[in-house]
Design a protein around this ligand. Structure first.
Ligand code: SF4
Length: 293
């Protein structure tokens, strides 16, 4: 068998998924906090190569797996017809899947449009993982995300109508002390206006060499204390009116919470408030955090 091409990253909740790489790297690759694909030149893999990996996947992951994750960061920018062919092949090789998911950039989904998203859903894609990071345009500009809050709000109805679920990622503390308030309140607002099926939180870990690390070390941004990070998440969750599933399912977070809101909203607020009351004014040891990455 030719060497199988494993995607280097996947969401934590895809730990048991079969991993299939459609593209390599990130076509944007400019977010100030992200070093994931800095050394990878973006490319779309050849269809025959991908089909061969799909065919060989059961010998690596077993035939009874329940989920497939497609890498790398923005594979849905491939032509819709090609994606449909590949998704159908995945469903043929693994007939018992509960879900097939992929990372995607919001602008790629917007450009695809509802009809093409529906074609992808009909071919077997079930969920997209999208980095919102912040609902504040000021913060999005600061981190050079290449998208604005309105892109999420405008595209969300297309995603919902296509049948796809969507999982939004929020990056706590990314705006430092300076933007913490607008980051939290405007993030809650985008969540309320886009109704994601999942909201998954991560906390910024400034990686040496990244743009955000330079902002923190130069003093342009002030790193939040543990208490302030909790206050930020408290403010986001307090202001979410949408029905969604919250998950702090990443090692970077200070507190572990997971479940549906509004059902568990008071419970989450209670846990976060207790954490807030118990934390001092210290920030976490960044050296230790980097070991988790
Ligand atoms: S966060 Fe996502 S879009 Fe931004 S550079 Fe990293 S992989 Fe690309």
């Amino acid at each position: 068998m030719k060497q199988y091409d494993f995607p280097p990253y996947r969401p934590p909740n895809e730990a048991d998924s079969c991993l299939i790489r459609f593209t390599r790297g990130c076509p944007w690759n400019k977010c100030q906090f992200c070093m994931m694909y800095k050394r990878v030149k973006f490319e779309i893999r050849g269809v025959d190569e991908i089909l061969e990996d799909i065919q060989n996947a059961p010998s690596i992951f077993g035939r009874d797996i329940k989920s497939v994750f497609i890498g790398d960061s923005d594979s849905l920018l491939m032509k819709t017809d090609t994606l449909v062919t590949l998704l159908k092949k995945i469903r043929e090789v693994f007939p018992n899947l509960d879900r097939v998911t992929s990372y995607a950039r919001i602008k790629t989904l917007k450009a695809k449009g509802q009809d093409n998203l529906k074609k992808l859903f009909d071919a077997g894609l079930t969920r997209v993982h999208i980095g919102l990071e912040s609902g504040s345009d000021k913060v999005l500009e600061l981190i050079n995300k290449g998208s604005k809050a309105k892109h999420f709000i405008q595209t969300a109805p297309m995603i919902h109508k296509s049948g796809l679920q969507f999982s939004l990622y929020v990056l706590l503390a990314v705006g430092g002390k300076e933007y913490s308030h607008i980051h939290s309140s405007e993030t809650a607002e985008v969540i309320n206006q886009s109704n994601p099926d999942f909201v998954r939180f991560r906390t910024i870990i400034p990686i040496p060499g990244s743009g955000i690390d330079k902002m923190f070390t130069s003093g342009e941004l002030t790193y939040l204390s543990d208490k302030d990070i909790i206050a930020e998440q408290l403010n986001i969750i307090r202001n979410i009116q949408a029905k969604t599933y919250i998950a702090n399912d990443h090692i970077s977070n200070l507190v572990s919470i997971e479940g549906e809101i509004p059902q568990k909203k008071d419970y989450f607020l209670n846990i976060l408030q207790k954490a807030y009351d118990s934390f001092g004014d210290k920030s976490r040891d960044k050296e230790k955090l980097l070991r988790y990455l």
